[in-house]
Design a protein around this ligand. Structure first.
Ligand code: AMP
Length: 426
């Protein structure tokens, strides 16, 4: 099988790496890729960018690939998967219509309501006055979400009413700006990726990510600063519960609406005292959770994604998992998530131990062949170990070898779990 992977981040680097380890996959091409993927796979330009469905479809046809895997949400929402399928090429990733589950939080809430999926109470607002009234109805902490795509930065959770209103006003200023104000959901968060062909659902293993920039969950929300898996503190019934109460009803509802969802439904949950509740749906693999989930997947990835793309997920044997724990720590540029500084030389990648992966995100090749920073999240350092202590230790030793002036990372990824401090409210 020949596979084309669309994207530029550490998530796509992890996918490319897993595909190259699949004995059924004999060629992987990444577009546009990054210097990390370039070391494993052929990288091709996308002259009109990631959102150009016809450009992606033309490249897939030219290369004669059997499968296209679309990594990020923006191309999916823009209809890239539709354009690829129109050329008769199998594509892992939902149609534009189905990708609205991530493209509009209001749409996702409506689907959840119809499908009876447990989630927080919410109000959709189009004016600052409506937002103000919703804030008062739900009380503190305030949760204010941009309705549309915002690269993980559209959500503000705050006790400060003025800050909540200011965020809402900024989002409402955009064309067709809409806001979702939601009740605050307490309890630890879990991400569960559910692979689906539009009918069957195959869950992967749960992971936990760290959205805030700084240790102790301080600082602004980011795209994600680290992750780990498995979650030893989570109830044993969690995965089946989420499939039965969230993923399967959502997939069924989308099919009944005539917009079948095929790809990966990323279910972001809070484990509250009233049971698991959906915080968000995404329509693609999460970054950085993918880096730890795929580090543990023993089943070859290509066959699984292909089965989902061609409606044959029911023929897949039960997934196999490595027993190891996996931890990833994201190294970000100075100034991330506001205005990341780019162009800094990155040193030390080659000195990281062989059993630790350094996955590239915002990197580029410098003029002299050095690797330089080119974005906010720069690298994802991934390690596995017999337990969290060992996995964390290896990951942080890897991070310590990497030198990028002004770079930042969290020092407490998976620390509370390692210490047994995470409690699911009863
Ligand atoms: P989202 O983009 O919807 O995942 O939101 C980003 C982050 O904001 C989540 O990972 C949570 O940490 C937080 N968040 C979102 N919605 C809520 C909520 N209703 N209650 C508490 N925290 C939330």
């Amino acid at each position: 099988m020949k596979v084309l992977v669309i994207g530029t981040g550490a998530r796509e680097h992890a996918i490319v790496k897993a595909l190259t380890l699949d004995p059924w996959v004999d060629a992987v091409i990444a577009a546009p890729g990054n210097p990390g993927m370039d070391a494993l796979a052929l990288c091709r330009e996308l002259p009109q960018g990631l959102l150009d469905g016809e450009g992606v479809a033309a490249l897939a046809t030219e290369l004669g690939v059997d499968l296209v895997v679309v990594g990020p949400e923006a191309p999916l929402v823009a209809g890239v998967a539709d354009a690829v399928r129109r050329r008769g090429v199998a594509c892992f990733g939902p149609s534009a219509a189905a990708a609205r589950l991530e493209g509009s939080k209001a749409f996702a809430k409506e689907v959840m309501a119809t499908a009876g999926v447990p989630t927080g109470l919410a109000r959709v607002c189009t004016t600052v006055e409506e937002v103000a009234s919703a804030l008062d109805a739900f009380g503190v902490p305030y949760v204010v979400k941009d309705d549309g795509l915002a690269a993980g930065k559209g959500v503000v959770v705050t006790d400060n009413r003025a800050q909540a209103l200011a965020h809402a006003a900024r989002c409402l200023d955009k064309p067709d700006g809409r806001i979702v104000v939601e009740e605050f959901l307490d309890g630890p968060e879990v991400s569960l990726f559910c692979i689906t062909d539009g009918t069957s659902v195959v869950p992967l293993v749960p992971a936990q990510d760290f959205k805030r920039l700084a240790d102790n969950d301080e600082g602004p929300n980011t795209g994600g600063m680290g992750a780990y898996s498995p979650l030893d503190w989570a109830p044993a019934s969690l995965v089946q519960d989420v499939v039965d109460r969230v993923a399967q009803p959502t997939v069924d509802e989308m099919r009944h609406r005539g917009m079948p969802f095929a790809g990966v439904l990323y279910v972001g949950l809070a484990l509250t005292s009233r049971g698991p509740k959906v915080i968000e749906f995404n329509v693609r693999f999460g970054d950085p959770e993918t880096q730890v989930v795929l580090a543990r997947l023993a089943t070859p990835l290509g066959g699984l994604l292909y089965a989902a793309a061609v409606g044959k997920l029911d023929e897949i044997a039960p997934l196999r998992w490595r027993p190891e724990h996996a931890v990833t720590v994201v190294v970000a540029s100075k100034g991330y998530p506001g205005s990341p500084r780019t162009g800094g030389v990155i040193e030390g990648i080659a000195e990281v131990d062989d059993d630790v992966s350094v996955l590239h995100a915002g990197t580029a090749l410098g003029k002299d062949g050095s690797i330089v920073s080119a974005g906010g999240r720069v690298l994802s350092v991934v390690a596995t170990g017999a337990d969290l202590v060992e996995a964390r230790d290896r990951a942080y030793k890897g991070v310590d070898r990497i030198k990028l002036k002004g770079s930042t990372h969290r020092t407490d990824i998976a620390l509370a779990a390692q210490r047994g401090e995470i409690v699911v409210p009863q």
